[in-house]
Design a protein around this ligand. Structure first.
Ligand code: GTP
Ligand code: MG
Length: 228
């Protein structure tokens, strides 16, 4: 007799339900939720540290930090005077909607316009889990090589925005921007691309400005819907 255990579908189905609750909660409170993903060390926290200065001028912003262990990233963010909630997964390679829902309980929703989630450094698992986000951003860094886009297609296909970070290191790597653009055009033609050096703070203001526009546009649309 063959016994088959279906694990994946119920786990993801339950995740979808919680993601819907998060989406509803954020809509009700006019909060824009961004899920930031990349491989370990691509520069997610550095980008956030640099972008928060621009974002916080216009938007009330908080950060949810996902890591397997330590509060290091949340500590880096809160050192900039921004509220940060640290989630430790104790081994799990991605954040799921239930974890994010728990982190949201620690924040004062009426005081926020934007919540940035830094997912666990991993190009595989985080792509599978809907967090109820408005926007998915994937970071790629010039030191990782061009093959990541085609080797991890789900991550790059399902995000709306790509940030190529560490462009200051381009002269020292074999990374090709042209090849990257070509691969993305095949996989995800509508994807917005930003070229950034988080370390040198190049391109960070442009990226932050784009987020600010998206948050304000979403809030205006929500207000219009409420009036009609
Ligand atoms: N040269 C260069 N180094 C950078 C840049 N951005 C980040 N780094 C460096 O890359 C390393 C990793 O940066 P983090 O911001 O911690 O990366 P992360 O994606 O948050 O890492 P995890 O949270 O562990 O997944 C640090 O040593 C940063 O100083 C950049 O634009 N250029
Ligand atoms: Mg980090």
């Amino acid at each position: 007799m063959t016994i088959k255990v279906e694990l994946q579908t119920p786990i993801l189905a339950r995740n979808e339900e919680t993601a819907e609750e998060i989406r509803y909660l954020c809509q009700e409170n006019n909060i824009y939720l961004v899920n930031i993903m990349s491989s370990p060390g691509a520069g997610k926290t550095t980008l956030l540290e640099k972008a928060l200065g621009y974002l916080s001028k216009e938007l009330r912003t908080a950060v949810i930090e996902g890591d397997i262990a330590t509060t290091r990233d949340a500590d880096r963010i809160s050192a900039h005077g921004v509220e940060a909630v640290q989630l430790n997964t104790h081994g799990a390679c991605h954040l799921d909607a239930r974890m994010v829902y728990q982190a949201l309980q620690k924040l004062e929703w009426s005081q926020l316009d934007l919540i940035l989630i830094e997912n666990i450094g991993n190009l595989v698992c985080p792509a599978e889990f809907n967090l109820g986000e408005d926007l998915r951003v994937v970071l790629l860094s010039t030191t990782e090589g061009n093959d990541k886009i085609v080797k991890y297609p789900v991550m790059f296909r399902d995000a709306q925005m790509l940030v190529l970070n560490k462009v200051d290191l381009l002269p020292y790597t074999d990374f090709s921007k042209a090849e990257m653009e070509q691969d993305l055009a095949g996989l995800n033609p509508g994807m917005e691309i930003f070229y950034v050096s988080a370390r040198l703070e190049q391109g960070v203001e442009e990226w932050a400005d784009r987020l600010i526009k998206l948050v304000k546009r979403s809030a205006a649309e929500h207000e219009n819907l409420g009036q009609s």
